[in-house]
Design a protein around this ligand. Structure first.
Ligand SMILES: [Ca+2]
Length: 247
């Protein structure tokens, strides 16, 4: 910021005021979503084929890889269920994206494909630290379960599905869509005041006859700052504009 001042000092006062007004309007409208994190597991993002663990701050288990099955581009993540069934679910992949608070509206979108029904169950989960706030579970027998509620929606094997989770942390609610179709709308499982700062992809180890995989790509997390923050930012800009006019 310091460096910009000298270079932009030549702009006429009217232009600077106009820019200030635009910024104030945009901030006060509270419609500007910040991109918190995006990930397509692509080479251009620094990912290479092979073990996911340790790549671009991702944590992965032994069966988590970056492979060539992709919803977009040429690479995506692949998580494979392995071992004999114990009834537990395990962390397959995890990524902290930094604490985005204060935020009240968070959208998490991603593409998911599961190869086999009647094998493993898979879940996309959102956490505050180690506290589960929200999850979407693709059950082993085809059901989609959201925050402990069976939705009546079934998932389709071997098909990329766009899963969108729209969270309102002020209201404590989540709206879930698959390929743009409503799946559920309800109360978040965990305390929304904790915020959300990491995503965990979970699978169980149920193996009937074949190993099962979940493919995962095109993760996009956007968030809108709380109105109070916007208002402060807006007033700040206004103050700046007025002060400049006085000079
Ligand atoms: Ca990709």
């Amino acid at each position: 910021m310091q460096g910009e001042r000298g270079g932009r000092g030549m702009r006429p006062v009217a232009v600077r005021l106009f820019l200030g007004a635009v910024l104030v309007t945009a901030a006060a409208g509270a419609a500007v979503a910040d991109e918190v994190y995006t990930c397509g597991f692509e080479e251009t993002e620094g990912f290479t084929l092979g073990a996911l663990n340790g790549q671009q701050s991702w944590i992965g288990n032994a069966a988590a890889v970056v492979g060539n099955t992709a919803a977009s581009g040429t690479q995506g993540a692949q998580f494979t269920a392995n071992g004999s069934y114990t009834g537990d679910m395990f962390v397959m992949g995890r990524r902290y994206f930094g604490n985005p608070l204060p935020r009240n509206l968070i959208t998490v979108s991603q593409d998911v494909m599961i190869d086999l029904e009647n094998e493993a169950a898979w879940a996309v989960t959102l956490y505050a630290g180690n506290t589960l706030i929200h999850y979407v579970l693709f059950d082993w027998n085809g059901n989609v379960v959201v925050d402990d509620q069976t939705t009546g929606t079934n998932w389709t094997p071997m098909t990329w599905m766009t899963l969108t989770m729209d969270l309102d942390l002020t209201a404590g609610t989540a709206v879930v869509q698959l390929d743009g179709n409503p799946v559920s709308s309800g109360t978040l499982l965990g305390d929304p005041s904790l915020g959300i700062d990491n995503i965990i992809l979970i699978g169980d180890n149920y193996i009937d006859e074949e190993a099962a995989s979940m493919y995962y790509d095109s993760l996009s997390i956007t968030a809108i700052p709380e109105p109070a923050t916007c208002a402060l930012l807006g007033f700040g800009m206004l103050g700046l504009a007025i002060r400049r006019r006085g000079k």
